[in-house]
Design a protein around this ligand. Structure first.
Ligand code: MN
Ligand code: MN
Length: 290
């Protein structure tokens, strides 16, 4: 890998890791999700990076993609199971990492939380240059099932490229039979999701996260100029233009902007997640968010 790209990738990893720890330290009963999100994203900017996507704070049966709206009044409640997912980028070189916390730490979900952590560690242990993708999934699925939970099958890790958070490859949370190998120069995120439900998520309502989806990057477009092709929050847009709601409505209609839905299990199911970003570079395999 080009030494500069490698340097930025490792820097982004370090900042992303610190931001994840910082976000977790802010979560307590009664705290506003909005405050945690704004403070964590500012922490990333203060540390020399930019958020590679809005802080995701997804609660209980939500697996991913909730971020607060401007003026959001939602607060954490004791017993909420929160997936905290954040990353940083430096010049478009991205990190992506996540952890699960239980608000108030009553210990009710400690097995479920430990399960996705252990699954992630088991996946990291089998990594070597050129590993088959399904062997990573098998390591994850095995651990999750040993706890008596279900791996989420239609959600998982992914390839990452410069300014591209979800590039083509998919890293499953079970053995899906895909024997394609990880390439010599490849950045990936591995993210086990463990569920007390059926292990399938579906699209819920919009999660206040958007992404530019036009075919051409148009200079002078506020989204392209500020967020490039990375996901952005309605909150972020509100800070750069007063008429952000009209702008979003028009962008969605013209298909220049896409909306991420909140990803959910069925009601009553609980989900935990853990995630790291890993750089495969020649003979080396490095967890950038360790
Ligand atoms: Mn993530
Ligand atoms: Mn990810």
């Amino acid at each position: 890998m080009d030494p500069t790209a490698r340097k930025y990738t490792l820097e982004a990893g370090k900042i992303g890791r610190l931001a994840l720890e910082y976000a977790q330290s802010l979560i307590e009963p009664g705290a506003l999700l909005l405050d945690v999100a704004e403070k964590t994203e500012q922490f990333i900017r203060d540390n020399g990076g930019f958020p590679s996507f809005p802080l995701n704070l997804s609660i209980n049966n939500e697996a991913a993609h909730y971020t607060p709206i401007p003026g959001d009044k939602k607060v954490f409640r004791t017993g909420d199971l929160v997936k905290v997912d954040i990353g940083a980028h430096v010049e478009g070189y991205i990190s992506d990492n996540a952890a699960t916390v239980e608000v108030g730490n009553t210990g009710k979900y400690s097995d479920l939380i430990q399960c996705s952590r252990d699954a992630l560690n088991a996946a990291l242990k089998v990594l070597r240059p050129g590993i088959e993708i399904n062997r990573i999934g098998a390591a994850i699925g095995h651990v999750i099932e040993s706890y008596g939970f279900k791996p989420v099958k239609n959600l998982g890790g992914h390839g990452i490229k410069q300014y591209d958070l979800h590039s083509t490859i998919f890293i499953p949370n079970y053995d899906d039979g895909n024997q394609r190998r990880i390439e010599q120069q490849q950045l990936i995120a591995i993210e086990p999701f463990a569920s007390t439900g059926i292990g399938l998520i579906h699209n819920g309502p919009g999660g206040n996260i958007y992404i530019y989806s036009g075919t051409k990057k148009t200079k002078g477009d506020p989204v392209v100029d500020n967020f490039n092709t990375l996901p952005f929050a309605e909150r972020w847009l509100a800070k750069i233009m007063p008429e952000y709601k009209d702008y979003l409505r028009r962008g969605l209609f013209m298909k220049q902007i896409s909306h991420f839905a909140v990803l959910r299990e069925h009601k009553g199911a609980m989900i935990s997640q853990a995630e790291h970003t890993i750089l495969f570079d020649g003979d080396t395999v490095t967890v950038t968010t360790a």
